[in-house]
Write a protein of this length. Structure first.
Length: 241
């Protein structure tokens, strides 16, 4: 899995494999990530995949029990998540999962429009490596859509666009775009669940972007990106067209 996808989701920590246990031991002694990191991952993944919806109040005790840690690392993890703008802490009450605001949607869409249109023009003529990678991602998204894996399809959607941005060769823009990943995923998963029929439109537009890159038509690719992101903004605001 490429970089754009590795950081697109928070993968759960793997369980130790019994086959790797040292001779004579019944279980492998594996150093687990710090407790605060485990809480951070648990809560953040829950927010991104909508197990914790906007408006949900999380308590330290509930989270400590869910992850199997004390309350101290829970507080540390929640402070990190508050800095990232996913929750708001209320002393003696807990942490409120913040809903996605209309201003946040507008900011994400405006940034996506600027970065993605610039990047898609810059990658023309597209390299065979980029074309092959986008073909792979489009096929993966088709399979996920057919299987009803809407969360997975949202992740692959984000990877498709991030691959184009990364291929533009501007590391500063790539880092800027990566800073949007959590917000994009949260909005994308919500859209997929609210409008599962719209995945077909996403697939069609991704295929059109890919075709424009194959033919070397930078302006056509930029136009399709504009339509695609604009459509996303209307859905995110609930203005289904």
């Amino acid at each position: 899995m490429r970089t754009c996808c590795i950081y697109a989701v928070l993968m759960p920590y793997p369980s130790p494999s019994p086959s790797l246990a040292a001779p004579g031991s019944s279980a492998l002694a594996v150093k687990q990530p710090p407790a605060a990191d485990r809480v951070y991952t648990h809560v953040k993944q829950g927010v991104l995949d909508r197990r914790y919806e906007g408006g949900t109040l999380l308590t330290e005790g509930e989270l400590a029990e869910a992850v199997g840690v004390s309350r101290t690392p829970v507080r540390e993890a929640l402070l990190r998540l508050e800095v990232e703008g996913l929750i708001r802490l209320y002393p003696k009450k807990g942490a409120l999962v913040l809903p996605v605001s209309s201003q946040e949607i507008a900011d994400v869409v405006e940034t996506r429009m600027l970065v993605e249109q610039h990047a898609v023009r810059k990658v023309v003529p597209a390299s065979p490596t980029l074309i092959a990678r986008l073909e792979e991602l489009l096929e993966r998204q088709r399979e996920q859509a057919a299987a009803g894996d809407l969360a997975g399809a949202a992740v692959t959607d984000r990877c498709f666009h991030a691959e184009i941005v990364r291929s533009g060769g501007n590391e500063i823009l790539s880092r800027l775009y990566d800073q949007l990943r959590d917000r994009q995923l949260r909005m994308g998963v919500a859209i997929m669940h609210s409008h599962p029929d719209r995945i077909a439109k996403t697939l069609t537009e991704h295929a059109a972007i890919l075709d424009a890159l194959r033919t070397g038509d930078a302006e056509a690719a930029a136009d399709i990106v504009h339509q695609h992101v604009d459509w996303f903004s209307h859905l995110a605001r609930g203005e289904v067209r």
